[in-house]
Design a binder for this molecule. Structure first.
Ligand SMILES: Nc1nc2c(ncn2[C@@H]2O[C@H](COP(=O)(O)OP(=O)(O)OP(=O)(O)O)[C@@H](O)[C@H]2O)c(=O)[nH]1
Ligand SMILES: [Mg+2]
Length: 369
């Protein structure tokens, strides 16, 4: 058993919703089982419970730190690594560890609440934009990470536009809420203005900078407090603090009103003043996210272990499964002008995306076989 993530393009095995047994990756182990004769076989997955996602952002936004926390909370690792010590799982290359930056996209896989999350931690440095583009080709959804002090930065804009090109639904995670000068609402405004996108606030931070204590979940209308002990593995939930109650009520009302635009059932309940359950809201948010009309926004501090589990919940609740995305378009180089549609079909013939990592990435440099 190896504990190393796979480097793309081997991670492209995600496309079929299965992991390849020969691939040097965590997921090749998670998806395999030993049958009665002691042979390893590939376990069929319920594709509606699979999330093939990427984490993309400007350099240093905290993608690898967030990935490391995810691997820990999902039980994939028992030792939480640190970018600054060069001990994370996905920055596995010596160069990455000594320079403290991600160079290669790395694929890992983890279970979360009956789902399987296949995740690609991408580099943020402008020199490795091509590496991000290669990953986007096989992703169904993306977590866009932002530094709460900086908001949208140059490379966040590049990856956002790339994701637009590939029609990838996104969740925004405003990270580094613990930094002095962190500003949740300014970061949200920068998403709205620089991307011309509609952010949908699902959480509010409780405190900012050094005073960051936790967050308010507007869907459940609960507060989560993180103590920092047990490295955030446990956290307490409680009532929304009274001094934030008015703001939280107002933001929940806006959330319902905006999400209802994408769901007739929710709109009817809203107009009838009927009680709205978190499940009603989640259903509407999922539709709006997958259609890319809205971009849910969450917040936290990966370094301080705040907000990562709710981010995992949101990935499962709102980002698409392979069954929710349109069939992949493929062409036959020997038959000009003929285009095929490849639906996600576990029992269909194998379709694999083969790319040359030394060529310029982008549409047209890969072939489906
Ligand atoms: N204060 C604070 N620092 C953080 C947080 N998350 C990450 N960092 C720090 O930010 C720096 C960059 O973190 P990474 O996780 O490597 O960021 P990245 O987005 O993966 O960076 P690249 O892959 O090189 O683009 C490291 O020094 C982390 O310790 C956070 O929530 N708060
Ligand atoms: Mg990184």
């Amino acid at each position: 058993m190896t504990n190393e993530p796979s480097r793309l393009p081997v991670g492209l095995a995600f496309l079929a919703g299965f992991a390849m047994p020969q691939v040097r990756s965590i997921e090749s182990v998670s998806s395999a089982r030993i049958d009665a004769r002691g042979e390893r076989s590939i376990m069929p997955l319920d594709l509606s419970k699979v999330r093939n996602i990427g984490i993309a952002a400007h350099i240093d936004a905290g993608k690898t730190t967030t990935t490391e926390r995810i691997l820990f909370y999902t039980g994939r690792t028992h030792r939480m690594g640190d970018v600054d010590d060069g001990t994370t799982t996905t920055d596995f290359d010596e160069q990455e560890q000594t320079r403290g930056i991600t160079i290669y996209s790395a694929a890992v896989s983890c279970p979360w609440k009956s789902h399987t999350i296949n995740l690609i931690d991408t580099p943020g440095h402008v020199d490795f934009t091509a590496e991000v583009e290669r990953s986007l080709r096989v992703l169904d959804g993306m977590v866009a990470v932002f530094d709460a002090k900086e908001g949208v930065e140059a490379q966040s804009e590049t990856v956002w536009r790339q994701a637009d090109r590939y029609d990838i639904p996104r969740i925004c995670f405003i990270n580094k809420m613990d930094r002095t000068g962190a500003d949740f609402f300014r970061s949200v405004a920068s998403i709205r203005e620089r991307f011309q996108a509609r952010p949908l606030l699902l959480q509010l931070p409780i405190g900012e900078g050094n005073d960051l204590l936790g967050l308010i979940d507007l869907v459940e209308f609960k507060a989560y407090y993180y103590k920092g002990d047990a490295r955030g593995a446990t956290f307490e939930s409680g009532e929304v603090p009274s001094e934030m109650a008015d703001d939280a009520e107002e933001y929940r009302r806006r959330l319902i009103e905006t999400a209802a635009e994408s769901c007739d059932d929710l709109m009817t309940k809203y107009l009838d003043d009927a009680p709205i359950q978190p499940e009603d809201l989640r259903k509407a948010i999922r539709v709006a996210t997958i259609s890319r009309r809205l971009f849910p926004v969450l917040c936290g501090s990966s370094l301080r272990y705040i907000g990562v589990q709710p981010l995992l919940d949101a990935v499962c609740d709102y980002l698409p499964s392979p069954l929710d995305v349109p069939p992949v378009a493929a062409s036959d180089p020997t038959k000009e002008g003929v285009e095929y549609k490849l639906p996600c079909e576990p029992n269909g013939p194998l379709a694999a995306l083969v790319g040359d990592p030394h060529r310029q990435a982008g549409p047209g440099n890969t072939e489906l076989h």
